[in-house]
Structures are given as C-alpha cells and as structure tokens.
Ligand binder design. Sequence first.
Ligand SMILES: N[C@@H](CCC(=O)N[C@@H](CS)C(=O)NCC(=O)O)C(=O)O
Length: 210
Amino acid sequence: MYRLYWTPGSAAMAPQALLIELGVPYELQLVDPAKGDTRSPDYLKLNPHARVPTLVEGEMVMYEAAAIMLYLCERHPGAELAPAPGTFQRPLFLQWMVYLTNTLQEELSRWWHPERSVGPDERHHKLALEMAERNLDPMWRFLDDRLARHGPYLLGDRFSAADIYLAMLARWSRNCAKPAAGFPALGRFIASVKSRPAYARMLEQQGIAQ
Ligand SMILES: N[C@@H](CCC(=O)N[C@@H](CS)C(=O)NCC(=O)O)C(=O)O
C-alpha cells in the first residue's frame, strides 16, 4: 500500500495520476501548506523540505515528484508506463523526465514564486515574471514542435509517465500570458492526457475542474 501526501494542483498531481494508471492500492493524505501541515514535526520527518509530494511505502519514504514517478514505473514494469532499461526508448524517456523536472518545472516555479528569485519586494516581481515567461516561451515552442513532428506523445506513439508529468506542468502555465494549452500540438496533447480515465480521476480527486 502506497501513501501519497498531496495538496491540490501541486507536484503531487503526476504521481497521483500514475498510481491510478498503475492500478495499485494507494491512500491519499491531504496536507495543506497554507495551514502549516507541511511544517509539522511529523511531516518534516518525512520531507525535511516541507514540500509535497511525499510517497511512503512501508518503511520507504521518498520525495521529489519525478523520482517518485521513476520509482513507481520501476516497481510496476508490467504497466509499461516507462520503457524498460536497455530498450531503445529508455534513454529518451530518462531525457524527458529530467528535462521536464530540471528545466521546465524550475522555470514554472520561478513564475509561481518570483520572491524566491528577487526577494519579497513586490516591485521586482513583475520583472521576474516577465523573465520567467520569456524563458518559458521557447520551451513550450520546442515541446510543441516536438509533439507536432514526433507525437502524439513525447515517445511518439507510446504513452508514458513522462506525458503525465508534462500534462501537469502544462497546467501550471494556465495563468501565463502564453499558456501551454494555446500551442496547437500541446493543446491536443493536453486534451488527450486529460481524457485518460486515470488522469481525469486524479483531477476529480483533487477537485480540479480543468
Ligand atoms: N522539486 C519538488 C518541488 C516540490 C514543490 O515545490 N512542491 C510545492 C507544491 S507544487 C510545495 O510543496 N509547496 C509548498 C511550500 O512551498 O510551502 C518536486 O518536484 O517534488
């Protein structure tokens, strides 16, 4: 039995959708950073960074959404949500997972939290947001082009956990001047992932309408 600590709309979205895709037993534990849940002594023992998600399985405790995705795919190879080690598409899968978490997610985090880049003075936040948008634009263009030429998924015809991750990150851009959903191939991709029963169920569990 897995236990996933989550908060709505957070980086827990992708691991949560993956647990449902895998069809494995899991329970969800809601933690609300706004109420200080992530700073409670008990939660800090699980995740010293006071962030979500955190995955617990018996004695095993881990955080970092992308690492959780990789671990779950490894634990349940039969679901084929990641190419197996040694297969042709494995390097590409790893490339996408790391690109998404290390590059796209980081820039989106800068958009959501300008104070972490330029400090608490709100006069500087506009510039930080503009910089993040400027950096995000070529990333969305690149992904849109990739999906248009080699899609419909990041691994071509093969759906994988990386697609779940990208759909989550795409949602985080919904309030940007140029949201991911506005790019044609990305828009089709997002609609396709959202139409999967597991992803739709995750959105329902999180109380997210779109
Ligand atoms: N790199 C981490 C980032 C986790 C993260 O920043 N989570 C956010 C929600 S998306 C969070 O817990 N924020 C609460 C806070 O900063 O207090 C991951 O991908 O798991």
